[in-house]
Design a protein around this ligand. Sequence first.
Ligand code: PEP
Ligand code: MG
Length: 844
Amino acid sequence: MQKHSDFVQFTEVTPSAAIDPARHGWRAKCLQRLIRLDLPVPKTVALPCDTVRAIAAGQLPDVDRIASLFGGCLVSIRPSPGEPEWGGPNTVLNVGMNAGKHAEYARDHGLAFADATYLGFVQSYAIHVARLDPDMFVAEPSPEALAAALAAYEAEMDEEFPQSPARQLTEVMRSMARAWEGTTARLLREVKGAPPDAALGLVVQEMAQSFGPALAGAGSIQLVEGVTGAPQVTGRFRGHNPANRKAEETLFLVRDKRGRSLEEAAPKVFAELQDYCRACRTRLREEMLIEFALENGALRVIDAVKVQRSSRAAVRIAVTLAKDEVISRDEAILRVQPQALSELLHYQVDPRAPRDRVTRGIAASPGAASGKLVFSAADAQASAARDERCIMVRRETAPEDIRGMHAAVAVLTERGGITSHAAVIARGLGLPCIVGASDLSIDLREKVVKTRDGRTFREGDVITVDGTSGEVLAGQAEMLEPALDEWFTTLLHWADNVRDIGVRANADTPDDARTARMFEAEGIGLCRTEHMFFDEDRLTVMREMIFADTVKDRKVALDRLLPMQRADFIALFDIMAGLPVCIRLFDPPLHEFLPQDREGMRELAEALDRPLSEVTRRVEALSEFNPMLGLRGVRVGVTVPEIYEMQARAIFEATVEASKRGAAVVPEIMIPLVSAKREVELVKTRVDAVAAAVRTATGAEFTYRLGVMVETPRAALRAGEIAQHAAFLSFGTNDLTQMTYGLSRDDAGRFMGDYVQQGVYPEDPFHVLDEDGVGELLLIGSARGREMRRDVTLSVCGEHGGNPPSIAFCRRSGFDYVSCSPFRVPVARLAAAQFALLDPRDKK
Ligand code: PEP
Ligand code: MG
């Protein structure tokens, strides 16, 4: 054995011992707290991380002294990393078990108990310490199984199973220390947030044996239920029948009609356990699960860990602890993961239920839904008309699929990334969605979808889309209902009181706006008006407008669209009741409104009363090589000004109308895809003229704010001069990311996985703002904008507005608000509050 090292190698855990969580790990600290609460914790020794590091490097502590501290009792060895989430090597129980102890146990407690204890130890030592094949060590306890396990160990290791407790202790500690240093373990804990140099402490504890003539056994108890967070004594107890050592009996904890319970069998113990849980709750300020053993009728507390909890339980537990004044409100806000909130807004697959996973894609919009497979928007609508829940499967979606998305309960696409059309629309609708499920092969003609491992699903087959995990499941999964309960609402109100950046919603329709209000968004930060033109009755008029040969003909079509748009805006203004509403003028390429297939063109020819050949020619003429960089956004506004004029008129007339019966409306009008100051000047002149005309015609006074969407790199660079004409600058980080990287938002999903895996990008930049590149453009744009116009309002309305790290960036950069899909508003509210609490000096 090598020389002992000089530093303090281990410390007995007593109420006054110097146990430091940073050195000894969370478990050692937690056990000390339990000891300070006078809980009956067996003797425990903590090895700090420097000792464990030394062990991994081959330098051993004084193992004989550690062993002697336990006076010949068996011990357990448990990992004690900095945080419970970081995991660690497996616990090894009953270290010190050997032939002598086996004989002693057989004499005092029966052979069956002795065999079970020894075999259990040999198995775990062989697997976790000697690293032998687990298949060789799986037998149920019996004298033969024990003999076979010892023989197998000897045959594999060329030595007898170690009998010396000190040697066993040494080897267990060494294997745990080395396992922690391994690459796999390191990667696993880094995923859980551990730093690369995270260290491990170890805890050696006298084994509390579950034997004795009185009721004996081991179990766990907690006072809240882990899925809902409701108060409920939960746990298990495996008792040994004193009359028959072989028989094990599982008891309910609480009185139960179905069988014996600990509450009846040992009422005093049961009451004591609840007291312990309550003591942990108030003194450790957390709902804890206590692991205990009943040894000869005496209760021993072996360990305590934070109660495992679902997202909804996490919210309820945090709020309840704060209401009971166990923790502060700020702490409750900090204890809930913002992303976890989005799970509460939707149906979820019950984590306790079985899952038959078919494939996995990108989790694009959270929540889960089950329904029958359909392969087109038309079939989705037909299905909805029959009141059948359906899941729409497409290679990727296009604007014409929107009606299908409205009719479906979930969407699944083979292609696309996190900001592809399907993903953006689904998030807006709160519809579970998986995109980029590239393992699927979809045959739209045959209406079948095949998986890589040969499973086939046909139209009408039921599947479940779990948009939270990205998993597609066969059949109908068991679901948990959304939980917009009092705890959720309370937590978010507390969050609103501390956050210092605004949160608005991207909302295009009255339904979206209602959702935005339900989630208490502070207004609409982006209303994408083009979505309003996809309704069947409007699409035809829209197409007539696009096909118009003369300004006069175009005006005729636009005059028909005007009242529809006006009604859209009145509805939004009414719902938002005086909160700001930012309306983006028409953005997409015109050809997106044209039919894509021959059938559609024939229908259009009929509607327009024109020859099919002419329709085909016009559609071809309007098609572009690169539509996302072509005639779209403000470029349509400059070249076909009547469209923006009609929209401006609709907005102003709706403003007058809505202000008459409700709170005064100050609309915000936003110009998309700007790249030059002159574009803004041209549009502004026309919009101002329309405002003047509406004022004259109606005799009503109103004001409005005109702003610019900064979504081209040039607009960010020229933000100074652009801000001369803009009351606000809203950064459209979807397009800005696309153009900064030169990366198509609709195609990037195909290789984004590879790129992130190989570390080319740290994250999908459409999902998490690229602070280095796109972020620099945001900083340049905002600084130049503010320099020109100190009161210019700054915001982000791309998908990043709902992503916590991106919200932190916006807040640090002095932005006024973020705007995101309605269903991400609660996440943004909580994340923003957490950043304000964690970084209070950074206030604007
Ligand atoms: C953007 O580009 O960031 C944006 C919000 O607009 P859209 O997603 O509609 O292009
Ligand atoms: Mg855009």
